[in-house]
Design a protein around this ligand. Structure first.
Ligand SMILES: [Ca+2]
Ligand SMILES: [Ca+2]
Ligand SMILES: [Ca+2]
Ligand SMILES: [Ca+2]
Length: 277
């Protein structure tokens, strides 16, 4: 779907054309008269309310999930000018009065994970990351990372790093429920895997202390949220994966940031909480 501003531009162009009156030429305006579309803004997602709690088992396929739409495929963190990600990633979201639900599916021919301790620096593995700024003020926001071992790294940031902020790793998302489903074999390079999926139930109560807005949200409330997938290059030696040294990771995201930095919440997507379609 075109961004709202682009649609408005087209609507204005159509209305102006319609105002020309029958005595004017019916020919469409020359191409140079059409305003070029604005650069795409952050993505927008309507997050539907689900009546029955979703089962956090890593499968994004129960009845409730079927009503939710998949996001756009993830793009490079710097935007579509960069090469498209090598593997597909897409997310669904739903909510009820207790939880924000996130379901992610990731194509992955080489399933790998190494970190098993809570609050390890999970982005040193291939991972999936959730960023939540409830009131969209680019301060007081949360980050949750997960790898294919279902190991969690959860943190709270009072300010962005650019603003001199320091991450609070001691913050734990109390009551968080997560599950990972592996479609293939983990840490076995001898075959070709299909991918992995992540299912999360993030309690509103855990987000409330720094939300500055009602948590759970009210229908119609809009929060700033983004998702990122960190992907490392690797080689295989003695039947095991090894990360290629001195090679930067890829960052694939839902709503592009324009630069290699997730900590710009004003570039994150908009998520509007609605009852249902
Ligand atoms: Ca499920
Ligand atoms: Ca905030
Ligand atoms: Ca933590
Ligand atoms: Ca494998």
């Amino acid at each position: 779907m075109l961004p709202l501003r682009a649609r408005c531009s087209i609507l204005v162009a159509v209305l102006l054309a319609g105002c020309a009156g029958p005595q004017q030429s019916a020919a469409p305006p020359p191409p140079e008269a059409v305003e070029p579309p604005p650069p795409p803004g952050p993505n927008y997602y309507f997050c539907q309310h689900v009546r029955k709690p979703l089962e956090i088992d890593g499968k994004i396929m129960e009845d409730g999930w079927e009503r939710a739409r998949w996001t756009e495929l993830f793009v490079d963190i710097e935007g579509s000018a960069r090469p498209a990600p090598r593997h597909g990633t897409s997310v669904k979201m739903m909510w009820d009065q207790q939880y924000l639900y996130v379901g992610a599916v990731m194509d992955e021919p080489d399933l790998r994970a190494s970190l098993t301790e809570h609050d390890s620096i999970i982005y040193n593995d291939n991972d999936f990351e959730v960023f939540i700024d409830p009131d969209g003020n680019s301060r007081d926001y949360y980050e949750i990372e997960i790898n294919a071992f279902n190991t969690i790294f959860d943190l709270y940031l009072p300010k962005t790093y650019d603003a001199g902020g320091k991450a609070d790793l001691d913050w734990n998302c109390e009551g968080l429920k997560t599950a990972v489903r592996i479609n293939g074999t983990l840490n076995d390079p001898s075959d070709r895997d299909v991918g992995w999926s992540v299912e999360m139930a993030i309690p509103w109560s855990a987000l409330a202390p720094h939300a500055n807005v009602p948590s759970p949200p009210r229908p119609g409330d809009v929060w700033r949220i983004n998702f990122s997938r960190v992907q490392w290059q690797f080689t295989v030696a003695d039947g095991a994966y090894e990360t290629v040294p001195d090679t930067p990771e890829d960052n694939w995201v839902w709503s592009p940031q324009g630069v290699i930095n997730m900590h710009k919440p004003y570039e994150w997507g908009y998520v509007e909480f609605i009852r249902q379609w």
